[in-house]
Design a protein around this ligand. Structure first.
Ligand SMILES: Nc1nc2c(ncn2[C@@H]2O[C@H](COP(=O)(O)OP(=O)(O)OP(=O)(O)O)[C@@H](O)[C@H]2O)c(=O)[nH]1
Length: 381
């Protein structure tokens, strides 16, 4: 179906007569806290790597709003730290932060239990340090995990690249990529795929990398992308991100390429909105929430760009970048947004009404790719 700019999203869906009912905060929504999933049944992301490579810092900065400088005072992790994030974030999984010195040959280390329910294994390599030992450890870790569960996504964070020049970054990435894959080829593990990211907690690269890791675990991702594509093309919007507000991870975006600047701009907008809302948006007695159904913001920049943020669900916000001229049709954008929002709720409602296992039974969007759900709200797209 070809869609003209100016046509509403509802036209494309054929839902003009069914304006969205109220989703998100009503009784229909099942709160995780009301029906908690057994924590061990939630999809899992493992953070592994040598001591002091930066694992705990990543987890604290991305999910606990710790400022990068504060990580200097983090103590070494001595046992597996399990962080369940479900009550405040769309990202309903647990992150297990491993101590650097984990010993796979220790009989108390239960590989089967640890790797079986894992969606992604992030291996963190300190790029400012000599990484030969880290590469050996990477190989040992991923080959062990792959033997137990070949479905795991293996992600390598080449971390602390803030201390490296641009050329050095590229060279380090090339070298690590080459050596890690050579090691796998020597062990006849060519099928084991490693993805590499250059990261630092001192800029947005860590959020962007985590976004990509999380996106791979969302079975509804193609549907979300499709909805975003339709939404932006019908509304004259240049770029749109669907954000998990708490972590600033974007769980989906339209299919045009992501440039880091746009992503950073949108992250900054979320920070501004939440900060202002915390100061001026709460009730006098301090009750209320900094982010709720009414949350929306428009920021006009001095280069004719407009940033537009709107609440989609309790955890998700849509942040769009558009030209001032397109924003003149705000009515159209808002109408299309209502349809988009409704579709997103339907996507996850389908998830909720389908027989589920593990985390999905908790009433939150499924994040396990092993249980594919058809989240497409309508077949006419
Ligand atoms: N320059 C720089 N330093 C970082 C970065 N991430 C973490 N660090 C620093 O690296 C040091 C170690 O960080 P941790 O998060 O404690 O490392 P860890 O891997 O959890 O260490 P263990 O708990 O011992 O396994 C801290 O001083 C952090 O401030 C980064 O992106 N850039």
């Amino acid at each position: 179906m070809s869609i003209q700019y100016g046509e509403t999203l509802a036209d494309s869906y054929g839902v003009a007569d069914s304006f969205p009912k109220d989703f998100g905060y009503g009784e229909e929504e099942t709160d995780v806290e009301d029906s908690p999933a057994p924590s061990d049944s939630k999809p899992r992301i493992l953070l592994m790597g040598l001591r002091r490579s930066g694992k705990s810092s990543i987890q604290k900065v991305v999910f606990h709003k710790m400022s990068p400088n504060e990580t200097l005072f983090l103590e070494s992790t001595n046992k597996i730290y399990k962080d369940g994030l479900s009550s405040s974030s769309f990202v309903n999984f647990q992150i297990w932060d491993f101590p650097g010195q984990v010993d796979f040959f220790d009989p108390t280390f239960d590989c089967e239990m640890i790797f079986r329910g894992t969606g992604a294994l992030i291996f963190v390599i300190d790029a400012q340090d000599d990484y030969v030992e880290a590469l050996g450890r990477l190989h040992l870790t991923v080959s062990r995990a792959y033997r137990v569960n070949p479905e795991i996504n293996f992600e390598v964070f080449i971390h602390k690249v803030d201390g490296l020049s641009d050329d050095h970054k590229i060279e380090t990435q090339r070298d690590i990529h080459q050596r890690a894959n050579d090691d796998l080829a020597d062990a006849s593990l060519e099928k084991l795929h490693l993805s590499f990211y250059l990261t630092s907690i001192y800029d947005h690269s860590i959020f962007e990398a985590f976004s990509k890791v999380v996106q791979k675990l969302i079975p509804q991702l193609p549907t979300l992308e499709n909805l975003l594509n339709i939404f932006i093309s019908n509304s004259g919007i240049e770029k749109a991100f669907l954000f998990d507000v708490v972590s600033k991870i974007y769980i989906a975006t339209d299919s045009s390429p992501v440039d880091m600047q746009s992503y950073e701009l949108c992250c900054d907008m979320i920070d501004v909105v939440i900060d202002v809302s915390c100061i001026y948006g709460l009730k006098e007695d301090g009750s209320g929430s900094a982010y709720d159904k009414e949350s929306m913001a428009i920021i006009k920049l001095n280069n004719t760009t407009v940033l537009y943020l709107k609440e989609v669900t309790k955890f998700l916000a849509l942040v769009c970048i558009l030209r001032e001229e397109s924003f003149e049709r705000k009515g159209l954008i808002d109408y299309n947004f209502h349809c988009f929002r409704k579709a997103i709720h339907e996507v996850f409602e389908v998830g909720l009404s389908t027989p589920r296992m593990g985390a999905q039974a908790a009433g939150t969007p499924c994040l396990m790719k092993t249980v594919a759900l058809n989240g497409t709200p309508r077949s006419t797209v």
